[in-house]
Design a protein around this ligand. Structure first.
Ligand code: PLP
Length: 402
């Protein structure tokens, strides 16, 4: 019996591994503060749950059309037009169970053996995993701390080749919380227009932003135009937007995401859906419709609370010996530099969990360029964050000279 080599090229998200180890410690009676989590700790807003429950009670529990319910596709198209400042038709929208399938469909339909996919390092681990599966070569684009975790334009240009099929951007960014500026996007757009690569713009953290998205562009939630490469000339027709409901509306378990596609990709993405998932859950889609059409106040309140926690956590981390931490502009992660502790990221992460009871991910879980950093999620209460700072402080205080 033989497993195909391509299926053995997948790697897994180590967030799930750290969580498993943390749970094991907890089952032995140990206390763990969880800062490894990649989902908001707020419940899904009530009106969204009510809409889904009502849909189930009304018998909306069967298969739906493979690319998504027409009323949801229409609402997503309108919302995307408003937030990105580009015309979007409902036929360009494909709804998927979570946003992850959009990554899989985009990489596998555009890149294969001998091709190259450029992706941010550090970055969401699935970018390189799915690229490796596709047979294409993952080409990491290093994000630079001294540039607030944005890429260096010259380094980006040096990575381009005639085999570049896809360039993945992610803003706001997991794991650093960084945000791309308009000038970064212009660099990518300029190169895209003169070659024939497609951009995959992962905008899953859109709306979870604290300052303007750079150079005068107002940022969400709900208000203003979100900074997406699609509004630059010529880019909407060569960009796949990945977006969804998981983060902004605290709906990770609902599995509801979507892609905004250039026309030449709509049929192939629909065929992926038909072949792999049939469709996203009908009642989840009706909940998502309520998320778009209902009050955005819960999103605003969540982002305000995230801002408070971010400031608390960043200030606390910057008081610790051997640690320095930028104040990120988006998402709900901080990416402190821990080089001053003289411990490698994986070792510090392991010791913090085993000896101090704090679960945090090593930056290297997001690629080699994450060395020297941890990723801490502040999707956790202020009391938990305070406890985590105390515990990390005690652990480092005993080891790191000031
Ligand atoms: N993209 C990034 C950068 C993410 O962090 C995540 C989830 O953690 C996803 C995509 C996938 O989102 P979903 O849970 O909707 O599949």
């Amino acid at each position: 019996m033989k497993i195909q080599p391509r299926a053995q090229r997948f790697t897994v998200e180590s967030a799930f591994e750290v969580l498993a180890r943390a749970r094991q410690l907890e089952s032995q009676g140990r206390s763990v503060v969880h800062l490894e989590i990649g989902q908001p700790d707020f419940p899904t807003p009530r009106h969204i749950c009510d809409a889904a429950i009502e849909a189930m009670r009304a018998g909306k529990t069967g298969y739906g059309p493979s690319p998504g319910l027409p009323e949801l596709r229409r609402a997503i198209a309108e919302e995307t037009s408003r937030s990105r400042g580009i015309p979007v038709r409902p036929e360009q929208v494909i709804v998927t169970p979570g946003a992850k399938p959009i990554l899989f469909y985009a990489i596998n339909s555009l890149a294969g053996e001998g091709d190259e996919v450029i992706y941010p390092d550090p970055g969401f681990p699935m970018y390189s995993s799915i690229t490796a599966y596709s047979g294409a070569r993952p080409v990491p684009l290093t994000l630079r701390e001294e540039r607030r975790f944005r890429f260096d334009p010259d380094e980006f240009r040096a990575l381009l080749s005639p085999r570049t099929r896809l360039v993945i951007l992610n803003s706001p960014h997991n794991p650093t919380g960084g945000i791309l500026t308009r000038s970064d996007l212009e660099v990518v757009a300029e190169e895209a227009r003169r070659s024939d690569f497609v951009v995959l713009s992962d905008e899953i953290y859109r709306g979870i932003q604290y300052e303007g998205a750079g150079e005068g562009e107002p940022a969400g939630p709900g208000g203003g135009r979100d900074l997406s490469i699609t509004f630059l000339p010529g880019m909407a027709e060569r960009t796949v937007i990945l977006d969804g409901f998981s983060k902004r509306y605290s709906m990770t378990g609902w599995r509801l995401g979507y892609g905004i596609l250039p026309d030449f990709l709509t049929r192939v993405f629909d065929y992926y859906n038909v072949n792999i998932v049939s469709c996203a859950a009908t009642f989840s889609q009706l909940g998502a419709l309520a998320a778009i059409e209902g009050s955005q106040e819960p999103v605003r309140a969540m982002v305000e609370e995230f801002r408070r926690r971010r400031d608390f956590l960043v200030d606390g981390l910057n008081r610790l010996p051997g640690v320095s931490c930028l104040r990120p502009e988006g998402a709900f992660y901080v990416f402190p530099n821990i080089r001053g502790t003289s411990l490698a990221a994986a070792e510090l992460s392991r010791k913090l969990l085993d000896e101090a009871g704090v679960a945090a991910l090593p930056g290297t879980a997001f690629g080699p360029a994450g060395e020297g950093h941890l990723r801490l999620s502040y999707a956790s209460s202020l009391a938990n964050l305070s406890e985590a700072i105390d515990r990390i402080g005690k652990f480092l205080g005993a080891r790191v000279p000031r």
